[in-house]
Design a protein around this ligand. Sequence first.
Ligand code: AGP
Length: 631
Amino acid sequence: MCGIVAVTGYKKALPILINGLEKLEYRGYDSSGIAIINSETNSITCNKAEGKLKNLISNLNDQNIPGTVGIGHTRWATHGKPELKNAHPHTDSAGTIAVVQNGIIENFQDLKNKLEKEGISFNSDTDTEVIPHLIERELNTLSKLNLENNGSTLLVAVRNVISDLEGSYALAVLWAEAPTSLVVARRQAPLIIGLGEGEFICASDTPAIANFTNIILPMEDEEIALLTPLGIEIYDSNNERQYRNPVSLKVSEQIMDKMNFKHYMLKEIYDQPGTAKNWLENYLIKNLENGQYQIKYPFDTKFLKSIERIEIIACGTSKHAAMVGSFLLEQFAGIPANVFYASEFRYSPPPLLPNTLTIGVTQSGETADTIAALDMEIKRRSSIDDKKFKPNLIAITNRKESSIGRQIPNIIDICAGIEVGVAATKTFFAQLLSFYGLAIKFAHIKCSRSSNEIDKLITELLKLPPIIEDLLEKHNKSSEKLAHDFFNIKDVIFLGRGINYPIALEGALKLKEISYIHAAGYPAGEMKHGPIALLDKKVPVISIASSGEVFDKVISNAQEAKARNSYLIGIAPEINGTEIFDYLMQIPSSNEWISPLLNIIPLQLLSYHIAAHRGLDVDQPRNLAKSVTVE
Ligand code: AGP
């Protein structure tokens, strides 16, 4: 969602803020803005621009704002259109308090109504603007108690204000009267403090901090902190001062480099052989005594023995990975498994059943729906006094230090390295691998597969890196060519069956997200029950036909589309039956279990090239953001 960066120290704030915002722009790019305490005038200088960060940078071009304390924001619009007046920072009436916020203040309308009755007028349609006005009111009250105008007073004022806020937020506040101080606070939205030497930076995500320091202190939920160049004070929601050790940023959390690729997304698609290699090296460990491979996740897996069913909670692409995972867990490992949209799970959870494993899947580790659904599940299970119902939890994430990393003790870090493109590619691939690992583990624990079958799947996984490299080599140019013919289409249907049905969904989501072409994925056998009405020669059908159990069925379903004049693109090996396709994106013949990991590659490339051919902003598609920290 929105990105926040804030700094206090001895270096000029402006370049630090801009650098931080550049690294956070993936979180939202509807508008951006900065506020700095101008050290010459001891007043706040604010600058904002609609649209991408480059507009703000060009606004600021010749300005040299002196000052070492400031806040910055890149916005993903929730309350109020993506217009200049709604860009952050927002200020109080006198312009002496400035606030940036990421989240949603659910009771803002009530608060706004009250403030308006007191004579306050508002300049924006945002929920955030109530905050500086409330802080102003609070500071006025505190001044009557003869408190000094300093950071500690600002801290008290912000604490009093946030106790009246409902919803989730991360915020940073400046006050011209306390010119070296910054107050930051969070509730269910991430904030991380970076510790420099005599200076501190606070941001919604680590890339904004990495250029500054690699020592960080992630803030816990409901904490508030006062930052000055002299130090930081962190308090919990009971106003108890918190002391804990900082941690180091992983190297993979620091690198954001497009190398020679035109877009991050293409680079990240090309990262996937390395992602596979990394994952295999981390989790597939050879037993030196018997030479056999085993999955080794970094937590005690004894508790998996008692598990009788699995519930998986996720959103978007992560949900598609979870669907492949659930297929593997049920069909390969023999454990009943269900996948839920996190946003639905929260309000219609299934009845509680004993001995259930709950898996949360989120690449960012910050998706509000997923975090809240897991939180609810943890609470409702913990409230039952029967150990069969206790929460058994695993999180699959790319960000170990994120909210989910703090929420759930058993983490499978997918080790994909930072993903900048808003459309998930390599993180999807690594999430899939993590589910293969879990399915192997369960098949082993539950003895639901013979050692031979398990070894066969492991052998297929071990072969992946060069196969993915070949697929990239083979399909990059061909999908660029195909994109040339298809960049102007309006609708595309994706079909898959069995383990590849979620891949059809993911192929459609990728195309929609970055090319704005309408696309829908269906289980191939379902097409004749309705979607077939959409088909004609203007609607291409992309059909995933891997050899195995459902190959013939998928080919028959493709025939049905061909009979309606659709142009047929096949994602399939070159075997009997696939001559039906007008265009074949050839996949090497493989074990069906492993096929999703191969089939996704040409689909990612095709979506990328169609969007790039349409001249769109592939890495930052309209209306989207990399991590969705609002409900
Ligand atoms: C992926 O391409 C999307 N941008 C989106 O669907 C994403 O997968 C979803 O918002 C969930 O994100 P998460 O994995 O960080 O929880």
